[in-house]
Write a protein that binds this ligand. Structure first.
Ligand SMILES: Cc1cc2nc3c(=O)[nH]c(=O)nc-3n(C[C@H](O)[C@H](O)[C@H](O)COP(=O)(O)OP(=O)(O)OC[C@H]3O[C@@H](n4cnc5c(N)ncnc54)[C@H](O)[C@@H]3O)c2cc1C
Length: 485
């Protein structure tokens, strides 16, 4: 096999794969259909405002930093307050990064003894220690990993993961208080899942935030992409932007290259960073694979308003959540009825609270998001209109201000545009959801079992979506390739 590799897509998984493979001695070419790198991790600019377009919360920053030469590493700030939660009746809860402060605040606001939440968080740390080496940092599809000591320890401890209890039921049992349960249930949305269906194993996400910390790179989330790009370029990775791969070409059961509008490009190895369902429907059509993949429910998508807002809102922090009253119905609507309900939970992220350059003076950059279903052909222009109205009503009521008059800049991202811009299947943010006990085992592997030299990285394959997991997928893929050379 020739010692060159093609990466399809310059999302975080693709960029990280390019860096790994180049360090392993491969000549690497990255083909990207967009004009810029980053995929879902991107930014929007206009009227003096800058917005992080996709991800806004950064956990496990070391996974990105370890890819970079020391002089290319960026500064990260640990947020002292991770999220400010608002309920309609005026209740506000500050979720501090420091676990002790969070537990004290939870006791003050809800009356739930601090120890109850502290015990919960301590237990999530233990579950993370047990599961991460097997489910996050290694391939689940290589028997030797499951049969390793760590693999066996995790399998023997399966009953502790509570994979057969829903996250919501677990939280109710352990915490008891409706509002704290809602706060902890929300972690299911961090990989686009439904807390009423997803296994309680996902409580490890609370551990990432409250025990390990939530971070922001200096300059905003897109700093991660800039740094990965610089590193890749330093390693002589060649980038081909505005150059979508049209077809993946095989010879028998071996990869031979890719075809773009410029013609055939030979490659000994191909790593796909595009959504795996898009891959098997467009780049290497395979109806059998597609049928199998279609059995997995997709994760949720999002509807985002990027609002340049005139004025400063000292009552808001960087990350703010305005909960809806009927949380269970919100998820029934998303995953069963494929619609956004009338009272959705609203997330407002304001990076200009930390980076003043992200908005003109006396203004703020609001990233206003509600969870949305995958795109199955809904009337999105109508949905955007009605959701915009209900979001404004909700925020105006809590903040006691006529918000609409303060919007100086507006751009909208919906599931259709997410799909169009990034190739993500039905616009879902994290590939398949984790709404069943078997989800972790059903995700596509980081390699092809039928075609030699073909690999997969990014949010739609193992171990899943979100920046740290995509970076982990790139590392797993690279380690599989390393073992083969
Ligand atoms: C609104 C939103 C909010 C999010 N919030 C968070 C968060 O707070 N924290 C977090 O960790 N994660 C979050 N995520 C998820 C995170 O952004 C993704 O999991 C991650 O960025 C996906 O990276 P990826 O490697 O899978 O590649 P993608 O980002 O999916 O990129 C794939 C790339 O492939 C390119 N491509 C597609 N087809 C082709 C082709 N034929 N040829 C060449 N190139 C092609 C696309 O243009 C794209 O650049 C969020 C995502 C969104 C959209």
């Amino acid at each position: 096999m020739s010692h060159n590799a093609v990466i399809i897509g310059a999302g975080v998984g693709g960029l990280a794969s390019a860096i790994h493979l180049s360090r392993m001695g491969f000549a690497v070419d990255v083909f990207e259909s967009a004009s810029v790198p980053g995929g879902k991790l991107n930014e929007v600019r206009g009227n003096g405002f800058r917005f992080d377009a996709g991800p806004s919360l950064f956990t496990l920053p070391e996974m990105a930093l370890e890819l970079l030469d020391p002089d290319l590493q960026f500064e990260v700030t640990r947020l002292p307050l991770i999220t400010r939660y608002f309920w309609k009746d005026g209740m506000i809860l500050d979720a501090h990064s420091d676990a002790d402060m969070l537990c004290a605040e939870a006791e003050r606001v809800t009356g739930v003894p601090a120890d109850r939440l502290r015990n919960y968080l301590e237990e999530t740390a233990e579950i993370y220690r047990l599961t991460a080496p097997v489910f996050i940092f290694n391939s689940l599809h290589k028997p030797e990993n499951l049969l390793s000591r760590k693999g066996m320890t995790a399998l023997l401890g399966l009953h502790r993961l509570k994979a057969f209890t829903s996250l919501h039921d677990y939280n109710r049992k352990k915490i008891g208080h409706d509002r704290l349960v809602q706060m902890l249930d929300r972690y299911a949305t961090y990989n686009g899942s439904d807390p009423y269906q997803t296994p309680a194993t996902l409580r490890v996400i609370a551990h990432l935030e409250h025990n390990l910390g939530a971070w922001l790179p200096d300059g905003g989330m897109y700093t991660i992409v800039r740094a990965l790009m610089k590193q890749a370029e330093r390693l002589h990775v060649r980038f081909h932007f505005n150059n979508p791969v049209r077809e993946v070409v095989t010879e028998g059961n071996r990869i031979s290259g890719v075809r773009t509008s410029d013609g055939f490009f030979p490659a000994g190895r191909v790593v796909s960073n595009v959504d795996v369902r898009y891959f098997y429907s467009k780049l290497l059509p395979d109806t059998k694979k597609l049928r199998k993949l279609s059995k997995q429910q997709m994760s949720s998508s999002a509807l985002i308003f990027y609002w340049g807002i005139k004025g400063n809102f000292p009552g808001l922090d960087v990350h703010n959540i305005f909960f809806g009253d009927r949380y269970r119905e919100e998820f029934t609507d998303l995953f069963r009825n494929f619609r956004i309900g009338s009272d959705p939970t609203v997330y407002v992220y304001i990076s200009s609270k930390i980076f003043s350059g992200d908005a003109p003076e006396h203004c703020e950059n609001w990233f206003v998001m509600v969870n949305a279903p995958e795109n199955v052909g809904q009337d999105w222009p109508e949905t955007v209109k009605s959701v915009r109205k209900s979001v404004l009503q909700k925020l105006e009521k809590v903040l006691c201000v006529k918000l609409e008059d303060k919007i100086m800049f507006e751009e909208v991202l919906d599931p259709v545009s997410i799909e169009r811009k990034t190739g993500s299947w039905h616009g879902s943010l994290y590939g398949p959801s984790s709404n069943s006990q078997m989800s972790a085992f059903q995700r596509h592997a980081n390699f092809s079992s039928g075609i030699r030299g073909l690999y997969f990285t990014g949010g739609s394959v193992h171990p899943g979506g979100g920046i740290p997991l995509c970076l982990s997928s790139a590392k797993i893929t690279a380690s599989i390739i390393k073992r083969e050379i």
